[in-house]
Ligand binder design. Sequence first.
Ligand code: SAH
Length: 397
Amino acid sequence: MKVKGTIQLKARKDESIRRRHPWVFSGAIRAIDAGIDSGDLVQVVANKGAELGFGHYSKGTSIAVRMLSFDASLPDADWFLERITEAVAVRRDLGLLTGEKQTICRLIHAEGDGMPGLIADFYGGVVVLQTHSVGMHYSVAMIKDALIQALGPLLHGIYDKSAKVLRKNGHTEHEDGYIHGQSPENWEAYERGNTFIIDLVEGQKTGFFIDQRENRFLLSQLVKGKKVLNTFSYTGGFSISALRGGASEVHSLDSSKRALEIGDANVIANGFNPSQHQSIQADALDFLKQGVADYDVVVLDPPAFAKSASARHAAIQGYKRINLRAIETMRPGSLLFTFSCSQAVDDRMFTNTVISAAIQAGRTARILHRLHQPADHPVSAFHPEGSYLKGLVLRID
Ligand code: SAH
């Protein structure tokens, strides 16, 4: 990929880049070379011309450049191979790639793996790519070659699922599809001993919410003989984990019929008795309003309520409402697993919101666990914004 030109920053706006924070905001830019367009590789220089590194330019968005390197190295094929080989090694060392019935993990976590704009999820040999910037989209051939080399015989196929996210950035030309191989027949992927059917073509995000793996495992340890309500269940990640942990009965609730159907299929694929599981298609808030005193454990894992800092206030109200509705009617001694995946709502805000819901409900609540995203969703020390998933396990009395 050729460097298309230079972007010069305003005075002092180089400081965060020198600390290796990878985002250049549009307000920090003093001058852009003529002819630079979205997706171009640009060199970023400080106000007085000092060279800071290279990144992908995005026109008309608040993050104008996503930095890839912070020195003279160009993000070429060798650069991608090195980064991707390292990212694969991290997951292999964590035992997430080829473990015993453990083959689902996030392979590349954007800024957390030094590749802003790039997500790659691994489903038992099938990689689902999501390029969030046009620059990464233009780099897909190099990314593909690097994945083929880094994964070797572990790789069956690469599916590029970027159309929806690229369209949001004004890029409409991409269509989703396999760019290498395909998924093998009778293809199954595993998470900590559980089998999951991954709907990578029609499903949400890359097909599955991998970031809840360790939290699902914790749930499985705490539900023996209990009745569990899993709201915002998607394809039943928490539900399958609850059944694995010996829950007596599990109800999965989601607004998506298709997600629930796959959830039902996942119950069968894991050999559980379908009479122990029930799918409910409903709006979560409406359902919670009817009362949940019937359950011993309730899971609340809504989609991101705040997609940006400006939506934060409304998001906090949203979290308060669903947590209040649940806590109000939960039976004494029951457990609440409650989550937020909004990056704009931090740990403390979320905890305070849940605590205030408990106070308003007039209930005693103990925080038993504070939960986060797992190790295959690493946070770069230079980019704390990468920490987005937080959760609490509360005992309600
Ligand atoms: N807990 C899931 C991931 C949840 S993603 C897992 O472990 O895989 C959020 C889910 O909320 C999606 O499946 C989406 O269909 C569902 N959803 C969104 N709005 C909803 C609403 N108002 N009521 C119920 N479900 C909703």
